[in-house]
Design a binder for this molecule. Sequence first.
Ligand SMILES: [Zn+2]
Length: 50
Amino acid sequence: MEEKKVEYRCWNCKKILTFDVSTIGLICPYCGSRIFYKIRPSMPRHVKAK
Ligand SMILES: [Zn+2]
């Protein structure tokens, strides 16, 4: 079973953190901030097929 990991950027220290989506109460381990920006995985619109 694949784990659902989501990347967040801490608004304060700008570090990229990866949390499990089931995690509740996210706290930045670096600065203790609880505010994060969710980072959407970059989905390339055009994939070069060989
Ligand atoms: Zn932080």
